[in-house]
Design a protein around this ligand. Structure first.
Ligand code: SF4
Length: 328
C-alpha cells in the first residue's frame, strides 16, 4: 500500500467519526459552558444551536479518550478503597434562591461523587484529563490559567456544588501522558456563583426579549476559536483585498486604544456645555481655569424655507466615500 492509500483510509475514518455528530435543540446553558467569557456565545448555544460548527474527528476522539480515562479511573479508585457513586448524575433541575424555587436554565451532569479512604463523606467530583505534567497545584492555578476553558472548570464545579447545596468538592486531574493524578479541593464561593447566575439571568432575559448580547472585544484565543464565529463575526472573506501598510495598521491599533478616551472627552464636553449654559457673557474663574463666555452673530441658511424648484436648480450629485472601521 502506498502513502496515498493510507491517507485516504485516514480521511474516510475521520469522516465516519464525525458522521455521528447529530445536533439537537438546546434549551439550557450547560454548566460546562457557564464560565464562558462571552454572553453572546451562551445565547447562541440556545438560539442558534443548529449553526454551531461541528466538532472535528480529533475532538471527537479526545472526548472518547476522556470518557475511557474516566471509566478506568473510577475502577482504579474503587480498587484503591474509594467509594464512587452517582456517576453522570444530572443536576440543576430546579434551584432554590432566597427561599424561592427558580429555574435558571442551567443543566449538567456531575462526573461522580467520591468518598476517598478515611473520608467521612462523598464529594462532588469533576474529572479532567491533561496532557503532560499536571501544572495545577491549587485552585488559583486554575483561576489564573491562560485558557478560558480551563478557568471555566471552576464555574462548572461551583454550579454543581450550588445546585446540590454542598460546601466542598474536588477536581481530579489525570495526566494522559504521565498517568499521574492530583486532587484539588474547591469550596463553594457564593459570590462567584452569584456572578455566574447573573450572567445566566441575562442570557435568559435576552432570549425571552429577542435580544442578542454585544460581542466581546475580539480576542484570538476566544473569538478565534469560537464555534459560532462564522455567524457572529463580520465576514473575513476579503478575496485578497488586504492592506499590509504597517503604519496604517499601527494607526488603527492606536486609534482603538484612544477610542475610550475620545468617548470620555465627548461626555465631558457635554457636561461642561450643560454646566456653563446658564453663565452670562463675561469671564469666570473655575479652579485653575478661566471660562470666557462671548457672543457673536452668524448667518444660517434655512434650507426648509427655499422653494423645491430653486433647491433642485442648485443641487449637484457627487460621489461620496464612506469609511467604516470594524474590529475583527
Ligand atoms: S465570536 Fe467572540 S463575540 Fe462572537 S459569540 Fe464567539 S466569543 Fe462571542
Amino acid at each position: 500500500m502506498n502513502d496515498e492509500t493510507l491517507r485516504s483510509w485516514e480521511n474516510t475514518i475521520r469522516e465516519r467519526l464525525t458522521q455521528g455528530n447529530k445536533k439537537y435543540p438546546v434549551h439550557s446553558i450547560w454548566a460546562s459552558r457557564a464560565g464562558h467569557p462571552c454572553t453572546r456565545f451562551l445565547e447562541y448555544t440556545i438560539t442558534r444551536w443548529q449553526d454551531e460548527a461541528p466538532i472535528d474527528a480529533s475532538t471527537r476522539l479526545m472526548f472518547e479518550d476522556r470518557k475511557r480515562a474516566q471509566e478506568q479511573m473510577q475502577i482504579l479508585l474503587t480498587n484503591a478503597g474509594c467509594e464512587v457513586r452517582e456517576v453522570e448524575t444530572p443536576v440543576f433541575e430546579v434551584v432554590t434562591k432566597n427561599g424561592k424555587r427558580l429555574r435558571y436554565g442551567v443543566t449538567g451532569r456531575i462526573d461522580f461523587t467520591l468518598k476517598p479512604p478515611g473520608a467521612d463523606k462523598f464529594y462532588p467530583t469533576e474529572f479532567k484529563t491533561v496532557s503532560g505534567d499536571i501544572r495545577f497545584k491549587t485552585l488559583d492555578d486554575i483561576k489564573n490559567s491562560e485558557h478560558h476553558y480551563i478557568r471555566g472548570y471552576i464555574a462548572q464545579l461551583m454550579m454543581y456544588l450550588y445546585a446540590r447545596g454542598e460546601e466542598e468538592g474536588l477536581f481530579l486531574f489525570k495526566s494522559v501522558s504521565t498517568s499521574d493524578f492530583r486532587f484539588i479541593p474547591v469550596e463553594l464561593d457564593l459570590e462567584y456563583v452569584e456572578e455566574i447566575l447573573k450572567k445566566v439571568e441575562k442570557v435568559n432575559e435576552d432570549i425571552e426579549q429577542g435580544n442578542l448580547a454585544d460581542r466581546i472585544p475580539y480576542t484570538p484565543s476566544i473569538c478565534g476559536k469560537c464555534s459560532f464565529k462564522h455567524i457572529c463575526l463580520p465576514s473575513t472573506d476579503f478575496s485578497g483585498n488586504d492592506v499590509k501598510d504597517p503604519e496604517l495598521i499601527g494607526a488603527l491599533q492606536r486609534r482603538d486604544e484612544l477610542l475610550p478616551l475620545a468617548e470620555e472627552l465627548k461626555r465631558l464636553e457635554e457636561l461642561i456645555d450643560e454646566k456653563t449654559a446658564g453663565l452670562k457673557v463675561g469671564e469666570y474663574e473655575a479652579g485653575e481655569y478661566i471660562i470666557k463666555i462671548s457672543s457673536y452673530k452668524r448667518a444660517f441658511v434655512n434650507s426648509s424655507l427655499i422653494p423645491e424648484d430653486i433647491k433642485a436648480k442648485y443641487t449637484e450629485v457627487k460621489d461620496i466615500r464612506r469609511k467604516t472601521i470594524v474590529k475583527l
